[in-house]
Design a protein around this ligand. Sequence first.
Ligand code: GLA
Length: 382
Amino acid sequence: MQTAKARAVAAFRRHFGTEPAMLFRAPGRVNLIGEHTDYNDGFVLPCAIDRDAVVAIGPSNDADISVVACDVDDARDQFAFGDTIVPVAAGWANYVRGIVKIMQDDGIALVPAQLTIAADVPLGSGLSSSAALTIAVGNALAGIAGQAIDPTRMALLAQRTENLFVGCACGIMDQLISARAAAGQALLIDCRSLDCAPVAIPDDVAIIIAHSGIRHANTDGAYNERRRQCEAAARHYGVAALRDLAEEQLLAGRAGLDETSFRRARHVVTENARTLAAAQALETGDMARLGQLMAQSHASMRDDFEITVPAIDQLAAIMATPLDAIGGARMTGGGFGGCVVAVAPASKVPAVLDAIARDYRTPAGLPADVFVCRPSAGAGLA
Ligand code: GLA
């Protein structure tokens, strides 16, 4: 298959009969550790992957916005600027409609444009295809209007698009890493201050991502339900967010909190601590410690946060086994399907790939899709 860039350019010529004026890309991401901590004002450790959403854009003399989705059978959407921008049935179109509306509401002057979009980030895999798309479209709309938007501001606009327009109460991780990532590095993000500290990923450390074959969707109710449970637990403990809760307080103040909410809170509190420890382990090359933390993170997602599914648990175990406790594997992303990530010595890649091919089948009976990634640069020109 052609690259996303080639597909976007070819579709632009085909639909609009001219060359695009500009090309933009934004990467998907894999989260190494720190799951469901972002909307609790906590810590996450993602990196961008070498898979992008790509937008080809040019000025329009026709509708305010005309957009073609190459990966959805060249489906097309057209709409005018202003208050009348409302969600439609086609899921993909709402990321475009949403970011247009949110940018305008934020006072950014846009110009009429025609766009084509294509992505190499697999959809519904927990690798942030939606954040990549929203950031790439936002930067393209700003670019064609002659504006440069600060990456953190663009990430916040893209998050608001999901929260207010698409209906997912997601945190800031996916958008921020897509907008701000740097090649060869993960970012330790403080989701309260939005400070990003680079953590180098050495060349001899591999990031292996395997797709369970179970699609995941943050717009399903379970994600938003977890967020509500965390907010209720924070209220019980009298803290602004679970980020503010220490492990001792978690136990000391437990009385009156139901068992489920307690376990949700325990996941977040312990996951924040694991994320900080994992950044340090990666920095100091302590792959054994990193592996322990990843295993604990997976167990906590399975038992306390209850966001894994049996196929994901199985895939994580298959990927961890050949590592002999040097490096580790865990589910990554929102949960209920999607991908498992392993962080491992590069020398272990063949053994992990063999184990997946031999021991895992998707629910449809197929081998898993596997990507060995390098941490990549954040959004920019394509
Ligand atoms: C999704 C959301 C993120 C984050 C993760 C879970 O990817 O978009 O904001 O909450 O789930 O860590």
